[in-house]
Design a protein around this ligand. Structure first.
Ligand SMILES: [Zn+2]
Length: 282
């Protein structure tokens, strides 16, 4: 079992009971998020889930996030291995604009833990102006990494695995990333800059958003248009019906519709071109 070309679904550790329904199809897998993520990994392994499983501690997000120069925890690595994670992720802090010290500190520690994936939560500038130094530094250390890209301007996809992404996860796969993870909720599809304004108050992260394949976008269920969906949850019914559906049904549609796109991507002979054409017509 490996992560090769997988499109993973990133969920909260408390979604453990719904998670398997979202990632039961081939080519999928799960990333649990938060301090108890390794416990969620252990639980779904115990009930027989055999797809890839990762645990993202996400110390890099929120108003109390730590800087990337913080010491990484070997206990966190050991806990994930013991729980049955496919590969352990580091509990990295945040790498701000131009913070080379943080980038090197994370990679320097990860290099000593064989098979560990170094999580690199970066300011958007790292994938735009500082893209070459980033790629060069990652190649120099030779450690497997996973990027988390903070909200910012659009950027050309980077051929590195992505955590906590939106539709850019598919873009990364099209451009040669080993694997990528799409968040099941809005808050897990973003890394918000801090401090940030809370948009939409309590609804942020709680609002149900449905993936609309024609638009390549997640749309709040109240604003869904006329289109229908052929996924195995919708069976050709109008997407608009999801306005009255439970969150799990909306998310199951999301996972299945994304899975269909992922399959098309894997079948295409020239993936970058396929992605470019798809985004032009969306
Ligand atoms: Zn659907």
């Amino acid at each position: 079992m490996d992560l090769h070309e997988r499109l993973l679904v990133q969920v909260s550790a408390r979604d453990v009971y719904d998670a398997v329904a979202l990632a039961g199809h081939p080519g999928s897998g799960l990333v649990f998020t938060g301090q108890a993520a390794h416990d969620a990994v252990r639980m779904v392994r115990r009930i027989g889930y055999d797809g890839p499983l990762l645990a993202d501690r996400r110390r890099y997000a929120g108003s109390a996030r730590v800087r990337g120069t913080a010491a990484l925890s070997p206990d966190w690595i050991a806990d994930q291995v013991e729980a049955g994670a496919t590969a352990p992720l580091t509990d990295s802090g945040y790498i701000g604009k131009g913070d080379h010290e943080a980038l090197h500190t994370i990679l320097e520690q990860a290099v000593h833990w064989e098979g560990t994936i170094a999580v690199l939560p970066v300011h958007a500038r790292w994938v735009i102006e500082d893209r070459l130094p980033l790629l060069r530094t990652v190649a120099d250390y030779g450690v497997p990494v996973a990027l988390v890209v903070e909200d910012g301007p659009a950027y050309r996809p980077v051929p590195l695995p992505l955590l906590s992404a939106g539709i850019t996860a598919l873009a990364a796969l099209a451009y040669g990333a080993e694997w990528a993870a799409i968040g099941v909720r809005e808050v897990l599809r973003h890394l918000y800059p801090e401090p940030h304004e809370v948009r939409g108050g309590w609804r942020r992260g709680g609002a149900r958003n449905a993936f609309v394949p024609e638009l390549l976008e997640f749309v709040p269920v109240e604003r869904l248009g006329e289109g229908t969906c052929g996924c195995s949850t919708c069976h050709g019914r109008p997407l608009r019906r999801l306005a009255g559906a439970e969150e799990l049904e909306v998310n199951t549609h999301n996972a299945k519709a994304l899975h269909r796109l992922h399959n098309r991507l894997l079948r295409s002979t020239h993936r970058e071109r396929w992605w470019q054409e798809l985004t032009l017509t969306a």
